[in-house]
Design a protein around this ligand. Structure first.
Ligand code: AMP
Ligand code: GLY
Length: 433
């Protein structure tokens, strides 16, 4: 099969790496890819994955490329092309593509849509209200004592959620989103949720329009600095599984979240094929959905795929063709840990073009894989080209082993200004004591 992967981050490197292991993959492109993706080889024939310089949001460019090269399967990594309707456009052109269509991608593209859907179909979530009017929004926040999450409706580069602990913060958040339009049109409406207390975990479920199959749990670390301090980022590290989510929780999630979600999709005529990634809070009253994403998490993918034993090409084909019910998902019993190495200054301003050393040495280590995110080639050397640069991933028999291996690799890799958290998975270790 010829496969085209859309995107350029660590998630896409992990997808390419896993897809390349499949005997079905005979030729692979990634648009636009990165320096690490361009070094991957297909297990079937040793061919290199080719990076093609077409942006993930350049839908006409991607479609023209696909019409010419005729991939048997296109796999979409990021949310924006999904929200822009890449799946609908490829399907209209008779091209097979993995990911939710534009209507289904609304679960991520519109928080108002998701919240209304959850309430209509009885999916466990936070108490909430939807507002266009600042005064009404403020009254609702006051009813929650100001303890709330104020969320811009639309996509806002992961920055459209403001956590408030009193009325002053809540009014400032409402002002910022609804009045000052800090996130533009994405902030024409807001969802205000009560603040939930508990441990936050990421879940993923593969879907084929009728069936949803749950992945194991993972946990991200969204803040830039140790101890969950500093600014929000795209994610600074993950591990899977976590000690916080037991088999009993999985049963509750299937019954109280996935089953009503599937019923709702059927009732509304939403044909969801791809992966659904709910962000969950494990509260004292049980798991509750904070938000839905319509794509793989980044860097959750980097810890899921080393544990996945199925052929990913076959899984994605089962989603597209509606045959997921026949598939059994298999994950190994290892723990995987991913530590993000970021550019100094990220998520604020940072410099690019720093030479990265140590990659060849670590490439020879067992049970370790460095997924590239913001990297590029300059004069034959790998240099930094983004905020999140590398997802240094290792797996082992348990969390201490995996964590030690991941940090050993991090210590071996260097670039000017490199910044990473030293406490990825520390909460889970504490929980074991
Ligand atoms: P979201 O993009 O909706 O997942 O929100 C971003 C982050 O804000 C989440 O990962 C949580 O850490 C936090 N958050 C969102 N909603 C809530 C809520 N209702 N209660 C507590 N924390 C929340
Ligand atoms: N792990 C955070 C995200 O993918 O949105």
């Amino acid at each position: 099969m010829k496969i085209l992967v859309v995107g350029s981050g660590g998630r896409e490197h992990a997808l390419v790496w896993k897809l390349a292991q499949s005997p079905h993959a005979r030729q692979m492109w990634c648009a636009p890819g990165n320096a690490g993706i361009g070094q991957e080889r297909l297990a079937a024939n040793g061919a290199l994955v080719q990076c093609v310089p077409i942006g993930a949001e350049d839908l006409p460019g991607l479609l023209a490329f696909a019409r010419e090269q005729k991939p048997d399967l296109t796999v979409v990594g990021p949310d924006n092309p999904l929200a822009m309707g890449i799946v609908d456009q490829f399907q209209a052109a008779g091209l097979r593509i993995w990911g939710p269509n534009q209507r289904a991608a609304q679960f991520e593209a519109s928080k108002v849509f998701s919240q209304q859907f959850m309430e209509k179909y009885g999916i466990a979530t936070a108490r909430s209200g939807i507002f266009e009017e600042p005064a009404a929004a403020s009254r609702f926040a006051a009813g929650l004592g100001g303890k709330c999450a104020v969320k811009a409706d639309g996509l806002a580069l992961g920055k459209g959620v403001l956590i408030c602990r009193d009325m002053q913060q809540a009014d400032a958040a409402i002002e910022e989103i609804l009045v000052r339009r800090a996130f533009g049109e994405a902030g024409r409406r807001v969802v205000i949720q009560e603040l939930l207390e508990g441990v936050e975990v990421s879940l993923h479920a593969l879907c084929d329009g009728k069936t949803a199959k749950l992945f194991p749990d993972a946990q991200d670390h969204k803040r830039a600095l140790d101890g969950d301090q500093g600014l929000n980022t795209g994610g600074m590290g993950t591990y899977s599984p976590t000690p916080f989510f037991g088999p009993g929780d999985a049963i509750v999630v299937v019954r109280q979240i996935l089953e009503p979600w599937l019923k709702g999709c059927a009732a509304e005529g939403i044909d969801y094929r791809g992966i659904l990634y709910p962000g969950l809070m494990l509260t004292r009253q049980g798991p509750k959905v904070l938000e839905f994403n319509a794509r793989f998490g980044d860097p959750e993918t980097q810890v899921y795929l080393p544990r996945l034993e199925n052929d990913l090409v076959e899984l994605m084909m089962a989603c597209v063709e509606g045959t997921l019910a026949k598939v059994e998902l298999k994950f190994n019993a290892m723990t995987a840990v991913c530590v993000i190495m970021a550019s100094g200054g990220y998520p604020g301003k940072y410099e690019k073009g720093k030479v990265i050393s140590g990659l060849e040495a670590v490439a020879a280590w067992p049970n370790t894989k460095v997924f590239h995110a913001g990297t590029a080639l300059a004069d034959g050397r790998v240099v930094t080209s983004g905020g999140r640069v590398l997802g240094v991933t290792a797996w082992g028999k348990d969390l201490p082993a995996a964590r030690e291996a991941a940090y050993a690799a991090v210590e071996r890799i260097r670039f000017d200004g490199a910044h990473y958290r030293r406490d990825i998975a520390a909460k889970a270790l504490k929980n074991r004591e």
